[in-house]
Design a protein around this ligand. Structure first.
Ligand SMILES: Cc1cc2nc3c(=O)[nH]c(=O)nc-3n(C[C@H](O)[C@H](O)[C@H](O)COP(=O)(O)O)c2cc1C
Length: 213
């Protein structure tokens, strides 16, 4: 590959154009934040980075709470719109026809139309330059029944999630394999082959002998 060397930039991609709800049930707001992610597994911690000039900045700073609403294809228009309009000028839930629903652990609302939401409590604010990072404990996760199978397993592929990369939105949706498939593949293939061989042998054994004419 003939790579050019560019100046430092924000090209970690893809990332979710996250719908972040904040404020209260009476005065809710939504800010789109692509600078977001997981940062720790146990306890579950996530972050969003927000410019101090955003209307949402003080809502989050003062309440110490926000909700991450995973963006889906159906919610993409809202994700874009909430990222170019301010809660100073618009009631974003109303404008986008979204429902502010109460959460179980935080007083910030979640987006009713979003099938996966994470309730977060801020534990640290880290000024980084253009943005302040709100590091938060994930205190509850809400998952819609439609994404769960009979055994309670979560099927993310049903959620029609979307991604953001270098100013563009992309559809996800096609599963390319499970975590660890690269190492499991060989043993699974071997197991499959062994199973087939055993089944072939068993079938041969139990097959009735052809009567000779
Ligand atoms: C795809 C996308 C990603 C964005 N990511 C961020 C972000 O990570 N942090 C941020 O401060 N603003 C981000 N913005 C801009 C804010 O969402 C935007 O300024 C919004 O109008 C702020 O709303 P508010 O004033 O109601 O808080 C993003 C916008 C878009 C469209």
């Amino acid at each position: 590959m003939a790579k050019q060397i560019w100046k430092p930039g924000t090209l970690v991609a893809p990332i979710p154009p996250m719908l972040v709800s904040c404020g209260t049930m009476d005065a809710p707001n939504i800010i789109t934040a692509a600078w977001c992610g997981n940062v720790n597994s146990v306890p579950a911690k996530a972050y969003i980075s927000v410019r101090p000039e955003r209307y949402s900045y003080n809502l989050i700073k003062e309440s110490g709470e926000f909700v991450l609403n995973l963006p889906t294809e159906k919610l993409l228009k809202a994700a874009d719109w909430c990222g170019v309009r301010s809660g100073r000028d618009y009631r974003k839930f109303d404008e986008m026809g979204l429902t502010a629903e109460p959460c179980s652990k935080v007083s910030a609302p979640q987006i009713g139309e979003c099938p996966i939401t994470l309730e977060c409590k801020v534990c640290q604010i880290i000024p980084l330059g253009s943005h302040d990072m709100f590091l938060a404990d994930v205190v509850a996760v809400n998952v819609d029944d439609s994404l769960l199978d009979a055994g309670g397993a979560l099927h993310m592929e049903r959620a029609d999630l979307v991604a953001y990369a270098h100013g563009q939105y992309f559809a996800l949706g096609k599963s390319l394999g499970h975590f660890g498939f690269s190492v499991k593949k060989k043993s699974t293939a071997k197991k499959e082959a062994a199973k087939k061989e055993a089944a072939r042998k068993a079938a041969k054994k139990s097959a009735p002998k052809k009567a000779r004419p």
